[in-house]
Design a protein around this ligand. Structure first.
Ligand code: NAD
Length: 492
């Protein structure tokens, strides 16, 4: 498919409530294709009254759904998984136009989403708690997990196909009902996902979709009948949501922003490490919470490694994500592109060495797109803004470090703790890193550390507020509460 593929206007985004499609009441935003600047659609916003209505619907649906046998609850999930497999490519194309990333990235994202549906289908086994006969004289004790009611997820723009699926399948498999509020920046992917939800045959009201911005979110987190909130987004908003939802008596898990580090030791395979570094920092145009963009390199190999990184960065093709040859797609919006450009300017003013400048990129025929090429800084010091703040663009900074200890100390000084990676051939170094690095996802010779769906996913420090993370077993704990049955049946 060439980058000149034409883009047809999409229907305005709608809500999916009680098994039907509805247009929200309030004026919202225009949706612009990030690669072309063309108008794609609009997204109206959901009012507080409409939020009341959807929560009431979900609450009603919960009464029946939570009583259905677990085996019955997972049947529509199997159908949903099958539909996702069949329509993957079609959804990936919408995702590319909605978000700006490449087709390969969109397909990969959907694959990770589907894995979560698969894991949730195992709920009849994984939701079991425990049973002990004769726990006390003539007494049997049984622990059970019970669903809690209506859960909501508020999700960010950068993985519109995957992140809703970190939550949705587990919430409903455990017997809850669910409301998704996707990012208002790229809401069209959720429209496609919910077409499949509609076909999969969930009972009306069990899974709902509402579009909106800050006011819609506030209406959800203040609602008495919402039992819990999952949030993924930037750190300031994550902190706010965590506080507000907790103050309103809700369960809450809030994943925030990041600033991730890669350490390269002198024993590492430098070519491999450089390739993984560029891919980690620049894939999805750097708009990933797992992007490792602070690169700490042992002094003895710093020069050689920097040259390799620049060479690989030069090789990246920037363009429309629908073009199969594109390595780096568009940034989500013109405003965000400008924000990243401002960080590059800050880096220059702070005295970092600009080894490769990605600002002059042009994509023929796509003058309206939000493009930036990979930008590489050298000699980045710890105090620099570009070393401390999340940039969320294809920009990476290299720093020479004396040794592994000083590199680990520097990454631990970061206020964030989402991910970190080490490239080495030394098991001793790997062990030191695994024990001492303070981040929720640690990679050894892995550039982007995203765990499979059967493991939890979440960061530490300012990258996460709460205790139970997304995906896997943590989701079962988040979406259920435990009750103990203590039973004695004396002979008459
Ligand atoms: P964002 O915080 O701007 O928005 C996320 C969601 O919150 C959206 O649905 C939005 O409508 C809503 N929102 C925004 N401001 C709000 C407010 N004041 N009150 C209530 N709701 C509000 O984040 P974004 O720009 O969409 O996403 C990028 C951020 O998400 C980055 O910081 C990235 O690191 C982070 N992220 C983190 C993870 C993780 O697992 N830790 C995963 C993906 C993205």
């Amino acid at each position: 498919m060439g980058s000149t593929e034409t883009q047809s206007e999409h229907e305005p985004a709608r809500n999916y409530v009680n098994g039907g499609w509805r247009t929200p009441a309030e004026e919202g935003l225009d949706i612009i294709n990030p690669a072309t600047g063309a108008h794609l659609s609009t997204v109206p916003f959901t009012s507080r009254e409409e939020v009341d209505e959807v929560v009431a619907t979900a609450r009603d649906a919960f009464e029946d759904w939570s009583r259905r046998p677990v085996e019955e609850r997972i049947q529509p999930l199997f159908r949903f998984k099958q539909l996702l497999e069949e329509r993957q490519d079609e959804i990936a194309r919408t995702l590319v136009q909605d978000h700006g990333k490449t087709l390969k990235e969109a397909r990969g994202e959907l694959r990770r989403g589907i894995e979560n549906v698969e894991v949730a289908c195992g709920i009849p086994t994984t939701m079991q708690a425990g049973h002990l006969p004769n726990a006390a004289p003539a007494i049997d004790e049984t622990a059970v997990r019970k669903p809690l009611g209506v859960f909501a997820a508020i999700t960010p723009f950068n993985f519109p196909g995957m992140i809703p699926l970190w939550f949705l399948p587990y919430a409903v498999a455990t017997g809850n009902s669910f409301v998704l509020k996707p990012s208002e920046q790229d809401p069209l992917t959720a429209q496609r996902l919910f077409e499949l939800i509609d076909e999969a045959g969930f009972p009306d009201g069990v899974i709902n979709l509402i579009n909106g911005g800050v006011d819609t979110v506030n209406a959800l987190i203040e609602h008495d009948d919402v039992a819990g909130i999952s949030f993924v987004g930037s750190t300031p908003v994550a902190e706010l949501i965590y506080e507000k939802a907790a103050a309103n008596g809700k369960r809450v898990q809030a994943q925030g922003g990041a600033k991730n580090h890669i350490i390269v030791t002198e024993s590492a395979d430098l070519e491999f490490a450089a390739e993984k570094t560029v891919s980690s920092a620049c894939a999805c145009a750097g708009e990933r919470c797992l992007a490792n963009d602070v690169v700490l390199v042992e002094e003895s190999v710093y020069g050689e490694f920097a040259d390799l990184v620049v060479t690989i960065a030069e090789d990246q093709t920037v363009g429309n994500g629908l073009d199969e040859d594109t390595d780096i797609g568009a940034l989500i919006s013109r405003e965000h592109e400008q924000r990243v450009r401002n960080y590059i300017q800050t880096g220059i003013e702070e005295g970092a060495t600009l080894l490769r400048d990605g600002r002059d990129v042009t994509v023929a025929g796509h003058e309206g797109g939000n493009f930036l090429g990979p930008t590489v800084f050298g000699d980045v010091t710890e105090d620099m803004v570009i070393s401390r703040e999340e940039i969320f663009g294809p920009v990476l900074g290299l720093s020479p470090v004396a040794d592994l200890d000083s590199a680990i100390e520097r990454l631990n000084n970061s206020k964030f703790g989402n991910a970190a990676s080490l490239f080495t051939t030394s098991g001793v170094d790997a062990n030191a890193f695994k024990h001492e690095a303070e981040a929720g996802n640690l990679g050894v010779n892995v550039g982007t550390v995203g765990p499979m769906a059967f493991f939890h996913f979440g960061g530490r420090k300012a990258s996460f507020f709460g205790d139970l993370h997304a995906q896997g077993e943590d989701m079962i704990h988040f979406y259920t509460d435990k009750t103990i049955y203590i039973e004695r049946w004396p002979d008459a």
